[in-house]
Ligand binder design. Structure first.
Ligand SMILES: [Zn+2]
Length: 136
């Protein structure tokens, strides 16, 4: 892969299905084909049964805030002009925790247990990144 000076997450070959789904506004997660457990982040072995038959599956993109925190300072160019941001761990309806942040447009405080759903923001280079907004 060519070197890049942008803050885009490095798109490894094994993460390509994730970004292809993101282009369609869909959150894709790995899923163990042996026991059905959804997995995040990307891994080569199931965290539940140890199985290695893993495929990509579309997730609902909905869940609840499991934990959250404020990001006041950042050296990442992708955060420029967006601080402070709210970092969130979302417990997705697929029963897997996903580390992300609230959408830049979400200014009201979020609480643990709040329902959220995924939306995609684009980095300067166009890479879609999954973030969350409050679901009504
Ligand atoms: Zn498994």
């Amino acid at each position: 892969m060519a070197e890049s000076s942008s803050a885009a997450p490095e798109i490894e070959e094994r993460s390509l299905p994730f970004f292809e789904a993101a282009e369609r506004g869909v959150l894709a997660l790995q899923r163990c084909q042996t026991c059905g457990t959804f997995l995040a982040p990307v891994r080569s072995r199931c965290s539940s049964c140890g199985g290695t038959r893993i495929a990509w599956a579309e997730a609902s993109g909905s869940g609840r805030v499991w934990s959250h925190g404020r990001l006041q300072r950042s050296f990442l160019p992708e955060h420029e002009g967006k601080l402070p941001l709210t970092l969130v761990w979302v417990e997705l309806d697929e029963r897997v925790r996903f580390a992300s942040r609230l959408a830049a447009s979400e200014r009201a405080p979020v609480r643990t247990g709040d329902r959220v759903s995924v939306v995609f923001e684009r980095l300067a280079d166009g890479t879609p990144v999954p973030v969350f907004r409050r679901a009504d």
